[in-house]
Write a protein that binds this ligand. Structure first.
Ligand SMILES: [Zn+2]
Length: 270
């Protein structure tokens, strides 16, 4: 590197830190060699950052597979010379039916996709691919993308506007941050919480419906006005006419079955 009269040199083997200022430029320099090789062999390639899509055309599955093998060789050669590896698991193939007259499109049934191997590994055939944030279906329609995007937008809009008001937040606030600012659970967690309560047969509040206290065992057994008649029966069976201060007599031959009876009546109500 030369800056005025100053010259600095440094040996670099490979790699650059993620998120570095120079990273994207360096990557472009390296990646450009590959794009050049692909296009000079007559293929069309779309690339953005480290993401590339090579477009192969052919009248039949076998011709697509031959083209695929040709591209794979180019990629493998470049991989060797540039000492950079592809991740075949992150590569996908998708067949799309074109409109070109004369192509025997009946041979391009996407139920039996063309096989392309990279570095000895068969690439995963997919029926839908997401490229630069857009979902493309095998029919080259945007139906799937529009469906997914509108679903997401509807979900976000239904709660976003109201939550921004509650949070007194800026309009540009991240949706995921609003519930946190409001002190409420995000909608998906709230739904999961309510589903769990329902599944366990629990209700929102622990307050007894008599309105006096928490619906604890102690409250039901000794204080709750909803169970006064049943409690009278229980106490008569166990203690006669003198209500107890301590509950030890419930743990007796007579007391326990009576207590169980009482508990059954309470539980049967719900
Ligand atoms: Zn009560």
């Amino acid at each position: 590197m030369r800056e005025g009269p100053l010259m600095v040199s440094k040996g670099v083997s490979k790699g650059c830190p993620q998120g570095s200022v120079l990273g994207p430029k360096l990557w472009n320099l390296v990646f450009d060699g590959l794009l050049e090789r692909i296009t000079s062999n007559g293929f069309t390639v779309l690339a953005y950052a480290d993401d590339a899509a090579v477009i192969l055309r052919g009248p039949s599955r076998s011709s697509l597979e031959a083209e695929g093998a040709r591209v794979a060789r180019i990629l493998e050669d470049w991989s060797l010379t540039s000492k950079l590896e592809f991740a075949p698991l992150k590569c996908e193939t998708m067949m799309m039916r074109g409109k070109k007259v004369g192509y025997r499109t009946q041979n391009l049934d996407s139920g039996r996709p063309a096989v392309v191997r990279l570095g000895g590994q068969r690439l995963t055939p997919v029926r839908e691919v997401k490229y630069l944030g857009v979902c493309l279906g095998a029919g080259l329609t945007l139906r799937s993308h529009i469906h997914k995007t509108s679903q997401r937008a509807a979900q976000a809009l239904s709660k976003r506007a109201a939550l921004i008001k509650c949070a007194k937040a800026y309009r540009t606030v991240a949706s995921s941050g609003i519930p946190v600012a409001c002190g409420v659970l995000p909608a998906d967690l709230e739904a999961a919480r309510r589903a769990k309560l329902h599944q366990l047969g629990l209700c929102e509040s622990g307050t007894c419906t008599c309105g006096d206290a928490s619906e604890t065992a102690e409250h039901v057994l000794r204080g709750c006005t909803k169970w006064t008649p049943q409690r009278r029966t229980l106490e008569e069976k166990v203690y006669g006419n003198e209500p107890p201060d301590d509950l030890t007599l419930y743990v007796s031959k007579v007391g326990f079955p009576a207590l169980v009876d009482f508990a059954r009546q309470v539980l049967a109500r719900d």
